[in-house]
Design a protein around this ligand. Structure first.
Ligand SMILES: Cc1cc2nc3c(=O)[nH]c(=O)nc-3n(C[C@H](O)[C@H](O)[C@H](O)COP(=O)(O)OP(=O)(O)OC[C@H]3O[C@@H](n4cnc5c(N)ncnc54)[C@H](O)[C@@H]3O)c2cc1C
Length: 312
């Protein structure tokens, strides 16, 4: 006997989508448990500094989820509409438009609302559980284990299937024992160190290459964001998600070339202050941003894993 049919480990973007989709396609007949290390009031938080993300997603992805996997993202978790993405070369002589509408999400609100929907579909939740590994029966994964942060006691739950949705730094995938096909670690060079602010500001001038309420802007520039890019994504006429990502070895090369000692934080500051439109910027104090207005986190910028399945 197992405790659950399915355990979804991690309740971020992926976990909330997986739990709801499985509940839908099983006609709510499966016993599903969602486990996350956050407390119930901060579901899906990546780290103590929040739900660090650029917050942008394509309408195509949202439509796909609505139609094909029966998971809906609506308002208020969708905060602002955009018409597309514009990428600019360093001298801005070259523009690469990525057509297609999209949305700016409120990442703090999103898991809260998604979990409410999952609960209505019968999904159960365990919060404040720090998962440390998988449980095996010979070659089969049969559950998860960790520590219950509320009681400081060991935690174990079994299931027919475990979905690892604990994100880029997964402790579960990293230690997976029953597969030679699943890539367990992401190469350091495929991980960008990224950070961003969510801010209100007073527009100083009109320059659609630096801020556009209707388009997500990407700046490609090896001095500003070595090995990555800077972004200025609108969340309203006077609200922005502004940030950048860098690749560590290329940042070192760039620093040596320019005789500087920058890190992600100092590059973010510089990128914000050089923007001619965004002036008198203040971190958003909106209740749904207040725990999420400034943060740094890793992001994988590589292809998808070829194999994402092993026994159990
Ligand atoms: C600065 C930045 C900008 C980005 N911009 C964009 C963008 O504009 N558009 C876009 O599509 N993507 C963007 N991304 C990437 C996007 O945020 C991630 O792809 C997405 O969050 C991944 O979702 P996930 O559910 O896999 O992981 P996460 O969102 O990280 O969720 C993982 C969940 O698992 C929990 N967890 C982790 N480990 C454990 C454990 N051991 N035990 C229990 N729980 C655990 C975490 O607390 C969290 O709740 C950006 C990322 C960053 C950092």
């Amino acid at each position: 006997m197992v405790d659950y049919d399915v355990i979804v480990a991690g309740g971020g973007l992926t976990g909330t989508i997986a739990a709801q989709s499985i509940a839908h396609y099983s006609n709510q007949n499966l016993k599903i448990l969602s486990i996350d290390r956050n407390s119930e009031i901060f579901p899906g938080r990546k780290s103590l500094s929040g739900w660090t993300c650029g917050d942008a997603c394509s309408k195509e992805a949202v439509d796909f989820m609505t139609e094909r996997i029966k998971v809906q993202w609506t308002r208020p978790e969708i905060e602002h509409d955009v018409k597309g993405v514009m990428a600019f070369s360093p001298d801005k002589e070259t523009t690469i438009p990525f057509d297609g509408e999209g949305y700016m999400l409120n990442r703090q609100k999103l898991p809260e609302i998604q979990n409410q929907r999952a609960k209505k579909m019968g999904v159960e939740f365990d919060f404040e559980i720090n998962l440390t590994g998988l449980i095996y029966d010979e070659q089969q994964v049969v559950g998860v284990q960790g520590i219950d942060n509320k009681t400081k006691q060991p935690y174990k739950k079994t299931a027919k299937i475990v979905v690892d949705a604990t994100g880029v730094t997964s402790m579960l995938r990293n230690t997976l024992k029953n597969s030679t096909k699943v890539e367990k670690r992401i190469d350091r060079r495929d991980l960008e160190s990224t950070g961003r602010y969510i801010m209100y500001f007073e527009p100083q001038t009109k320059d659609l290459t630096e801020f556009d309420p209707d388009y997500c802007i990407i700046h490609l520039d090896q001095d500003i964001a070595p090995g990555g890019y800077g972004w200025v994504f609108p969340k309203g006429e006077k609200k922005v998600n502004i940030g950048l990502g860098v690749e560590k070895t290329l940042l070192e090369k760039r620093n040596n070339r320019l005789g500087k000692k920058d890190n992600v934080q100092s590059l973010m500051e510089e990128y914000l202050h050089r923007n001619p439109v965004i002036k008198n910027a203040k971190l958003s104090q909106d209740p749904e941003d207040i725990n999420n207005n400034s943060g740094i986190f890793q992001v994988s910028v590589r292809r998808q894993n070829d194999c994402m399945i092993s026994g159990g």
